[in-house]
Design a protein around this ligand. Structure first.
Ligand code: G6P
Length: 471
């Protein structure tokens, strides 16, 4: 009988290196993104997480986090430069996001990508119990399913891509496209955020590998690989609980007081990334001020940007451009004590974020391309009062589900300006009706539902999925 142990393989371990009040080094579960997406399911089944702890040099030995064993894969300085910053984040990331920045191709990076993927596959092969389920995550590790199947054909292997999977016209640019597709096809089930991505993948497998492929199944040698869409979500209960905490509610009130009790507070929260449409949003906002539609005294905008991938050149250039724009806008339209944009470039604590979500009348999430965008879902989860308007890009995966948001094409500046004004001037009854509907949707489609649907589809025998439902 198959064991129901689970091995998650992801580029990062779900821990952060923090400094305790007594100065000692502590590892804590990291909040947000991929980590929070996976964490709740790991309560329910014996699990090991294989990943990188950040940094370079020998792998630190980490204690279990909330009962999940940690297995560290070390990366050298060369690995970080060529695999993480190079092939993953300067080749695949831009290519998969509509090539909004030019993807960079270097043969050395590909070699490093292969080497590092092999190391992750070997680590998983070494620790997985016979017949275990191994769930490989995201674009950093697309070769792992194929490598792992070679090493351990007894395993049930899942792969989930958190980012978009591009249309054939773009993917065909990749010098090593066939190997990447074959790597993913090592899995029993390849999951995507959206049906369109599964369709793109099937088309590419048929075209590049010449194998029979539909949007549900792909035949490879003697196996059938299933593919499908499983839109990822957030831990709604956790965010609701946070948003209801009296200290968070008080903090939200404090934010509004600190901002001068504006009539309207607009908020954006992004990782510093060129896919997030930060510059388009700033331009639209500044034009609304210049046109006289927005008065800096009545309306404030808070733009939180969390630093990311700071050693990758395209990210450094972006930061300079964003800060130049913010500086210009504040210089032209701000007053003493009243900046047009409150810009914060720093990591943010979860409770602080929840307070900002509760304080903001309008949340603007306008990526140019995004696999899902969990910030949009977090805002909805935090609005336990059924208030708050969400302006959301059509190009975020979340738009397929949060259809009651004020949807917008962020490339269309006039459309973006109109939608911002529409959200700002909406009747409270309209705002509440939309938020209530989005919250209802999210309640049935939270992170637990996501994991259950993926693992049920992966594991036909149902043993693992059953554990998730009965806890
Ligand atoms: C995206 C990716 C994740 C990644 C996260 C943070 O959401 O899909 O796999 O962990 O960005 O990026 P970082 O480069 O800091 O791991």
């Amino acid at each position: 009988m198959r064991q129901t142990s689970l091995v998650v393989v992801a580029n990062r371990l779900p821990v952060d290196d923090t400094v305790a009040p007594d100065g000692a080094c502590e590892w804590r579960r990291s909040p947000g993104g991929l980590v929070s997406a996976l964490h709740p399911i790991l309560h329910h089944t014996p699990a090991t997480w294989v990943g990188w702890a950040g940094g370079t040099g020998p792998a630190p030995s980490l204690p279990a986090v909330d009962g999940v064993r940690m297995h560290t894969v070390p990366l050298s300085a060369d690995d970080v430069r060529e695999h993480y910053e190079g092939f993953a984040n300067a080749t695949l990331w831009p290519l998969y996001h509509d090539a909004v920045e030019q993807p960079v191709y270097h043969r050395r990076w590909w070699e490093s990508y292969q080497r590092v993927n092999q190391r992750f596959a070997e680590a998983a092969a070494e620790i997985a119990e016979p017949g275990a389920v191994v769930w490989v995550q995201d674009y950093h590790l697309q070769l792992v399913p194929g490598m792992l199947r070679e090493l351990r054909p007894d395993l049930l292997i899942g792969f989930f891509l958190h980012v978009p999977f591009p249309p054939p016209e773009l993917f065909m640019q990749l010098p090593r496209r066939a190997e990447l597709l074959l790597g993913m096809l090592g899995a029993d089930l390849v999951g995507f955020q959206r049906a369109q991505a599964a369709h793109n993948f099937a088309q590419l497998c048929a075209k590049v590998l010449n194998v029979p492929a539909t949007d549900r199944r792909i035949a490879v040698e003697d196996r059938v690989v299933r593919i499908g869409a499983f839109p990822v979500s957030i831990d709604m209960a956790e965010m609701e609980q946070l948003a209801r905490r009296p200290d968070v509610v008080a903090r939200a009130r404090q934010f509004r007081a600190d901002l001068g009790e504006p009539q309207h507070m607009i908020l954006s929260v992004d990782r510093m990334d060129y896919t997030k449409g930060i510059e388009h949003r700033l331009k639209a906002y500044s034009e609304l001020i210049a046109d006289g539609h927005i008065k800096v005294r009545d309306t404030v905008m808070v733009q939180v940007v969390v630093p990311a991938r700071e050693r990758v050149e395209q990210y450094q250039v972006l930061r300079d451009r964003v800060e130049h724009k913010v500086g210009r806008i504040n210089g032209e339209f701000g007053r003493v004590g009243e900046p047009a944009i409150h810009y914060l470039n720093q990591p943010f604590d979860r409770a602080e974020l929840a307070a900002l979500y509760r304080a903001a009348d309008i949340m603007v999430v306008t990526p140019l391309r995004d696999g899902m965008n969990l910030v949009a879902k977090e805002y909805v989860a935090a609005r336990v009062d059924n208030g708050g308007a969400l302006v959301l890009s059509e190009f975020a995966g979340a738009a397929a589900e949060l259809t009651q948001a004020y949807l917008v094409n962020p490339h269309d500046l006039d459309g973006l300006k109109l939608t911002l004004m529409h959200a700002k001037e909406a009747a409270p009854s309209d705002v509440t009706a939309r938020m209530t509907a989005m919250r209802d949707h999210l309640r049935g489609h939270d992170i637990q539902a996501w994991a259950r649907s993926y693992l049920t589809a992966l594991d036909h025998t149902g043993s693992l999925a059953a554990r998730l439902t009965t806890d």
